[in-house]
Ligand binder design. Sequence first.
Ligand code: FAD
Length: 294
Amino acid sequence: MKISEILAKKKTLSFEIFPPKREEDTFTLIDKTIKKLASYEPDFMSVTYGALGNTLSNTAMIAKTIKDNTKSEPLAHLTCVASTRGKVDSVCDELQNYGVQNILTLRGDIPKEADAPLFSDFKHASDMASYIKSKYDGKFGMAGACYPEKHPEAESITSDIEFLKVKQDAGMEFFNTQLFFDNEVFYHFLLKARKAGVTVPIIPGIMPVTNYNQINRMIQMSGCKVPLKLLNQFDRYKDDKDAIEEIGLIFTSYQILDLMANDVDGIHIYSMNKSGFISKLMDNISYVASGFFK
Ligand code: FAD
């Protein structure tokens, strides 16, 4: 089923997972993480796609595992970086054979040490979405990425949102956001996007805060704002792993409760393959979530 059809009826719960770097960890991901996450009955689970396509077969294979073994729809990520039309065709054919009907079309992160021609056939996510839509006659449900604090390369939030409309016109039926920690930023972004004619669902992407170093890396990479309250708590307890996890769990739980109270289109959680933390998070929000996602 296309995820857009689910979104037409209800608010969605979804998790992002990534194919592990080490082959031996793939079994644990499938046997433990996916099983555990599936127990929360997410509407969809998205599977990331490595830069330069180095997890190409893993992404499709993990998407197939989700399709075959859970009630969730898989959303396979696919990037333009180093993709030719022929390569996109072979991935789409493989996904179709596996019964995977949804693709998150992305430009992709550009690796610093890249030497291959990066944009062989598609420069932007919208170019690839238009191509897949026409080549596969609308059979795939397509989604895209958006950035409440603007994409780092965008001139301004206004121009970034103008291109979001281009992405919608190219056939993307909903958007998952980049992580953010300040819900006010998301609400402002949503208003601007709606004003600019972006009408499809925009699902906030939430990164659970579990680890001081990891969160610092994320902040640097995405350039997102972190509320001073949270920063102060992190600085105070940065050497205490358990304290950071407790602070993170409460912060993320409250962030999601606030988004649900503001009637957002769905909740997408960057699980980081950490099903233990996600279980605690889902337990924390279980009462409100049971009404929100029904
Ligand atoms: P685009 O939509 O192409 O946008 C890139 C820049 O170009 C923006 O500044 C935009 O304003 C501008 N732009 C957009 N369209 C046009 C146009 N038609 N003409 C001119 N300018 C335009 N990366 C991975 O490698 N693998 C993943 O699995 C992955 N998953 C992600 C999931 C989510 C939810 C998010 C938010 C990001 C993900 N990324 C992933 C990272 C993403 O690939 C990068 O952020 C990348 O730099 C931009 O991708 P995009 O699809 O937003 O690009």
